[in-house]
Design a protein around this ligand. Structure first.
Ligand code: SF4
Length: 474
């Protein structure tokens, strides 16, 4: 599956989600709540802009020296008794992990929430070799039980489901209780506890790999990642190659911004540091520890105008503020990475053929850029995509290209321009109601079906200006 999960075309997905009233109400509620909390915790800090500058600079410094820090990190992982595998592609990453599973006769895997394992389709790779894989994050567990429904949000993957829907999903597993969150959580807890105790392998993502020590940081709320990465004896961490921090000092600042930006909290319930293989006498911890560092297109981004997008710490603040995401929801994007950052990275990781619409699914208001804790200029990156789509890839519709050619010819021929602007107020009369264009033709109809266009002024600007000059006015 990779990052793409949708079979339907973008416009069909859009129609589906725009008519999903529950999903839209859930988005509005979640956005309002998270944004309010986020604003409060940042106000407490008092100097959010300085924190953002510091964090952005740190991430950029790491990207500029990524080879050095990756090398330092992997050397330290090996010193700690772990094994490091660099995967150039998603397939290589999944293959390595499934080979480890096969070599150790693994029958069951417990997994903590991780976007990069979605990206490399790890769950399906496990299923293909007959390994039973269990998602242990509650939201991911719900999606798994619902036939691997894709996530609609990076931090709250099942945001599009309500309590009643979750109850129905759990009923397939024998649940008989109500739709109260406490009861639903208790039910899943009882099932999952047993899974941790009987799993042969634990898999997690990685918030940050720390170069100076070879440690891995996990930032979670439910404690499931800690269980996944302490009970099974074989442990695998999958990380995007950009998720490196040079020292614990940077991690301190980045985690602080991550929790504030993602859920509007000063801290999450658990911040865990994994340090490789544990001593022989320890009752818990890994006896076999693997880190899979995934490139899968990131080197390409590193050498492109989209390099700053690799600063991303996956906080989802840009999703939570985006007015477009608010209305269309995560599934419309058709990528596991949704919202503004999804619109930037999905076309690079998955190609323009599948994701060329995403850079246009934006109002370019810049709200995402303003909240991003690591100062990624998201809306500018979306404009760069548009430029590439039109000028380099030539993927814009033929009709649009013809219209733009016509527009260029019209606006670069002064006589034609002058005479046509004189005629415009008369020519548009059949399409107007009370001074506004309300009846568009052809593709303009789509616009005027939902809003009006301001009608042409009877007096052109150039005539008005000339008149003023003649009257001696400025
Ligand atoms: S782009 Fe910025 S705001 Fe969006 S998820 Fe990444 S770090 Fe957070």
């Amino acid at each position: 599956m990779g990052i793409k999960f949708a079979k339907k075309k973008f416009m069909d997905r859009l129609e589906d989600n725009l008519s999903n009233d529950f999903m839209r109400a859930a988005m509005v509620k979640a956005q309002n709540l998270i944004n309010k909390n986020r604003t409060n915790v940042y106000e407490e800090l008092g100097n959010f802009e300085e924190w953002r500058t510091l964090a952005g600079d740190m991430r950029q410094h790491t990207l500029e020296n990524l080879d050095y820090y990756l090398n330092q990190f992997s050397e330290n992982v090996v010193k700690n008794g772990g094994k490091v595998f660099f995967a150039a592609t998603a397939e290589e990453a999944s293959k390595y992990i499934t080979e480890v599973a096969k070599a150790n006769n693994v029958k069951k895997v417990v997994k903590a929430k991780s976007m990069v394992t979605e990206e490399i389709s790890l769950n399906h790779a496990f299923e293909d070799i007959g390994v039973n894989v269990m998602e242990t994050d509650l939201a991911e567990y719900i999606l798994q039980l619902d036939d691997w429904d894709p996530p609609s949000h990076m931090v709250v993957p099942s945001l599009h489901k309500n309590r009643e829907q979750i109850r129905e999903i759990f009923q397939k597993k024998g649940y008989k209780g109500s739709d109260k969150p406490e009861e639903l959580a208790q039910f899943s807890r009882e099932i999952l506890r047993n899974e941790y105790l009987t799993a042969d392998m634990g898999v997690s993502g990685c918030n940050f790999g720390i170069a100076e020590s070879g440690s891995v940081t996990l930032v979670t709320n439910e404690g499931n990642a800690d269980l996944c990465m302490s009970i099974p004896k074989i442990q695998v961490v999958v990380m995007g190659m950009e998720r490196i921090a040079p020292t614990f000092e940077e991690v301190d600042i980045l985690v602080s911004l991550l929790t504030r930006s993602s859920v509007g909290a000063k801290m999450t319930s658990y911040v865990t540091f994994l340090n490789g293989v544990t001593e022989n006498e320890a009752v818990d911890g890994a006896k076999d520890f693997h880190i899979v560092i995934v490139d899968n297109g990131r080197s390409k981004i590193l050498a492109s105008p989209f390099k700053t997008s690799l600063r991303c710490i996956r906080c989802a603040a840009c999703l939570n503020i985006c007015p477009v995401y608010r209305h269309i929801g995560g599934h419309t994007y058709g990528s596991i990475y949704s919202g503004p950052i999804g619109s930037v990275i999905s076309p690079i990781l998955g190609g323009y053929d599948d994701f060329k619409e995403l850079p246009y699914a934006t109002s370019l208001c810049g709200a995402c850029t303003e909240v991003c804790p690591v100062r990624i200029p998201l809306h500018n990156l979306l404009l760069i995509h548009r430029q590439i789509i039109v000028e380099e890839e030539r993927l814009s519709p033929k009709a649009e290209r013809l219209i733009m050619k016509g527009f260029t010819a019209w606006t670069t021929k002064p006589r034609l321009y002058k005479s046509s602007t004189k005629l415009a107020p008369i020519a548009t009369i059949p399409f107007m109601t009370e001074g506004e264009i309300t009846r568009g033709v052809s593709f303009l109809k789509k616009w005027t079906n939902t809003r009006n266009l301001t009608g042409m002024e009877k007096v052109r600007f150039r005539d008005w200006y000339k008149k003023r000059q003649k009257e001696g006015k400025k």
